[in-house]
Design a protein around this ligand. Sequence first.
Ligand SMILES: Nc1nc(O)c(N)c(N[C@@H]2O[C@H](COP(=O)(O)O)[C@@H](O)[C@H]2O)n1
Ligand SMILES: [Zn+2]
Length: 355
Amino acid sequence: MMQRCLQLARRALGRTAPNPLVGSVIVQAGEVVGEGFHPGAGQPHAEVFALQDAGDRAFGATVYVNLEPCNHYGRTPPCSEALVAAGVAKVVVGMVDPNPLVAGGGIMRLRNAGIEVVVGVEEDDCRQLNEGFVHRILYQRPFGILKYAMTLDGKIATSSGHSAWISNQSARNLVHQLRAACDAVIVGGNTVRKDNPRLTSRQAEAHNPLRVVMSRTLDLPTEAYLWQTTEFPTLVLTQKGANLDFQQLLWQKNVEVIELPSLTPTRAMAHLYERGFSSVLWECGGTLAAQAIAEGMVQKILAFIAPKIVGGSNAPSPIGDLGLTNMTQALALERVRWQTIDSDCLVEGYLPQKK
Ligand SMILES: Nc1nc(O)c(N)c(N[C@@H]2O[C@H](COP(=O)(O)O)[C@@H](O)[C@H]2O)n1
Ligand SMILES: [Zn+2]
């Protein structure tokens, strides 16, 4: 039932920030009588949709939900009260809500009303689904994911800068799905100049992240896929006073331009946090990736490795200078997993959290 909650929650993938992904199932005498998921901030929570679906059959039933029911008046009233009012007998919770406005209060309210509450069912999967939401709440900035594709000899392009394509079609499809789960995707100016990317999800019904370009100089091409904004918006982050003529050209193409006091990964992520974002995908080149890592703006790495060799001592690598000189200083990923994607390999892991 908890896995079914996660499945329901995923229907709103990429669309709930700053809220979490939540699904709920109501079971009466072994039969599913209600289901619901949270479609997005400002709309009712998953439990409310499931209660509506179940109607009178919620009385005496068991409610499954992947996140603790809320207990506060936010954009919507508390789900704990709705569950008490519906007369449910038992609530099975995937994980405690780290939001300080909830943080165990929902569970306590239900228990005080005589409802049996079980906590921590399929907890690892529940945490993974909402890792962006949890990071946003705990650290007041979005969760950063760095994705790159490299050859077996560690290159993200040839020495001339050509990079289409390193990974295979299935791996690229997976990246499109990853984009659909993120609120924004960031590249640097060099990626726009060299690759002219679209940064979309390429699936009819899927969410598309806000496409973000970080460029200090705005020394960028006048024509690029990212400046085509009729379907999907683009945001350019730059520094105060940079290339005002080019800023004007971008605004004419409906590209939003924001001047930050200084253009760093930290400032960029702070801006995206203010916009309500939880998960940000870094699809940038090595220089910006190294800065983002050094500033603690990347939590998770997804490295696609293709069994190809291009050589070239000047061919770029996925991560630029981190100022490390000794192998003992290497950033050792945690919770590492790997899988094959047709002929490619995907290695995923988490960077050690900065103290
Ligand atoms: N248990 C649960 N189910 C949902 O469907 C939810 N969206 C949440 N969200 C929690 O409530 C906060 C948002 O409240 P409003 O939508 O503003 O009323 C969010 O931060 C989570 O703590 N929880
Ligand atoms: Zn709620």
